[in-house]
Design a protein around this ligand. Structure first.
Ligand SMILES: [Ca+2]
Ligand SMILES: [Ca+2]
Ligand SMILES: [Ca+2]
Ligand SMILES: [Ca+2]
Length: 559
């Protein structure tokens, strides 16, 4: 028998055919570090030059302060404590200066030719500028101090990677790349964040062209999918756009491969394309100003090259070419520091499906196992229908039980085994309920009762007189690294650990007093006490125990 294994969060090799009955259903969570390599490493323009500074607006970020929507074409390096001295990140020549006091003066430094490459420092207080056009500048030269920004403590340099336009001196520029990629170092300790986009569900679904909101449980026609994502770089008070977004879609028999929706690198797109990638209509309306930052990305508006173009807008998920049933949408967001986050949501293409879930057991007792250990149970989920059964969710309401998959598809007439596990933290009885939600219309929710007991296994203890002593023996347990003798008038009291053997010798002297033998460092045992042998593992945790025994259980007094 073969069946499909689907690993929901893994973007590659998601489908494989396996035949072993012990195959494990696994949910992969992505914790990947793939830091963007630093291109032509540049120091930071603030002191200290070799430490990162916070970003208040990112490259390609949606902005609208009331005069229309546009992309932010550089990075704003914000210093909330006030204006700061700014230094050149490169050797070069002053290729352009704008004087527009007090806030909008700026300096460009680069290769002094038409179309030369360089860097732009915007919002430098002109009264502090140190150079004139044509002056040579060296890396780390002080060039001026940032303007005193009157809003939101947003004192900053707007910093750009540029190509000069208009001949030389440059009269203007084009933004050629994301400057943060060049800054050395550029660590980032906070991952991008997904928020539910619409009515508590992770993504929003709208009709291509009309923008009408669609029911994700009954999709038809051409559909645009909207994800709400933000990120921060050093300054938690300023949400930004993530650097890169990818998306894909996975169904029982059809899928859309991993697609690069947008990468905010390279030449900044034409301003008119801002509402191709950012949704600007209500609801799920993007905003980006000092007071409100909320970014809704239309992840279907792409041809897969990561570059936003007007021609990307008509792209959508054409559900008319997909079989009715469940699909999972995945969206992955990255920042330049290498943090990667993926989120997902189930949706359904409208149409009737014939599925029928069958479980051989609707309750399972894991039996007895030692605290801290884990017992698996392979639960077979059958589909007696003629279409793919979708198990939309599998959850247990107790941390002592777990299920090895979050959702899956079951072929018609086939089954998939899912590992359900029990791990008692302590001795005692445990119970929980496994809840499955499905696309089986007459069994949309199925429950499986789970029970189990935490208990240490009993060891068989026997004694015989041999060579002048009582020799106690017991059955060794797997993974035992040693044994302890517990003994006290009222347990527990423990002795030092014995060697990893399963025998020890106990003499009962004619006086009636017990005496240990063949062990070191063990004190005199007490009379009329109870004793017990405890098996321990390498962490000295108990994994089994014998029945209690006392002095008067011994068959003989050794002369
Ligand atoms: Ca980040
Ligand atoms: Ca494109
Ligand atoms: Ca579209
Ligand atoms: Ca059914």
């Amino acid at each position: 028998m073969s069946y499909s294994i689907r690993c929901p969060l893994l973007p590659v090799s998601r489908t494989g055919s396996v035949s072993a009955s012990l195959t494990v259903m696994v949910v992969f969570s992505i914790a990947v570090q793939c830091r963007v390599p630093i291109a032509d490493a540049e120091p930071w323009p603030y002191f200290p030059f070799d430490e990162p500074h916070g970003v208040g607006n990112h490259y390609g970020e949606f902005q609208n302060y009331g005069g229309g929507s546009y992309y932010h074409d550089g990075i704003d390096l914000v210093t909330p404590d006030g204006p700061v001295a700014t230094y050149s990140v490169s050797d070069g020549t002053i290729t352009h200066i704008t004087y527009y006091q007090p806030l909008y003066s700026g300096i460009m430094i680069g290769d002094p030719v038409p179309g030369g490459e360089g860097w732009l420092y915007w919002h430098i207080n002109a009264n502090t500028m140190q150079f004139d056009v044509g002056d040579a500048v060296e890396m780390n030269d002080y060039i001026g101090t940032t303007a005193d920004w009157p809003v939101a403590d947003f004192h900053h340099v707007h910093f750009n990677r540029v190509e000069g336009t208009g001949g030389y001196p440059w009269s203007w520029y084009i933004a050629t790349d994301n400057p943060l990629i060049y800054m050395d170092p550029h660590p980032d300790y906070i991952s991008p964040v997904f928020q539910p986009a619409y009515q508590g569900r992770m993504f929003g679904f709208v009709s291509q062209g009309s923008g009408v909101i669609l029911d994700p449980d009954a999709l038809s026609g051409t559909v645009d999918i909207v994800a709400r994502i933000s990120d921060v770089v050093g300054l938690p008070q300023w949400p930004l756009n993530p650097w890169r977004i990818d998306a894909w879609l996975d169904g029982a028999t059809q899928s859309i491969p991993v697609t690069n929706v947008v990468t905010f690198s390279g030449v900044i797109p034409d301003e008119g394309t801002v509402d191709v990638i950012y949704r600007t209509g209500y609801p799920m309306q993007t905003c980006g100003d000092y007071d409100n930052r909320d970014f809704y990305f239309i992840v279907t508006n792409t041809d897969g090259d990561g570059v936003v173009e007007y021609s990307d807008e008509p792209n959508a998920w054409n559900t008319d070419t997909f079989t009715p049933g469940d699909y999972w949408v995945y969206v992955r967001a990255r920042d330049i520091g290498g943090n990667v986050v993926t989120d997902s949501m189930r949706c359904t293409v409208a149409g009737s499906v014939d599925v029928d879930i069958f479980l051989q057991e609707t309750s399972h007792d894991f039996g007895s196992l030692p605290p801290g250990s884990t017992a698996p149970w392979l639960m077979a989920i059958w589909n007696y229908g003629t279409d793919y059964l979708s198990i939309r969710s599998m959850t247990v309401d107790s941390p002592d039980f777990s299920v090895g998959a979050s959702h899956l598809f079951v072929e018609p007439g086939d089954f998939i085994p899912v590992i359900v596990s029990f791990s008692p933290p302590d001795t005692g009885m445990y119970e929980s309920v496994l809840e499955l939600t499905t696309n089986d219309t007459d069994e949309p929710v199925v429950y499986v009762d789970l029970t189990g007991t935490g208990a240490y296994p009993a060891m068989e203890l026997s004694g015989e007189v041999s060579a002048g002593a009582l020799v106690l023996s017991w059955s060794p347990l797997e993974n035992t690294s040693g044994y302890w003798i517990y003994g006290a008038a009222d347990l527990p009291w423990f002795s030092p650990q014995l060697s990893p053997d399963y025998q020890f010798r106990l003499a009962v002297l004619p006086s009636g007093v017990l005496s240990w033998s063949s062990t070191d460092g063990i004190g005199d045992p007490g009379e009329n006490w109870d004793y017990m042998v405890i098996a321990v593992d390498e962490t000295q945790s108990e994994i089994g125990r014998s029945n209690r025994f006392g002095e008067y259980d011994f068959p003989a007094v050794i002369p």
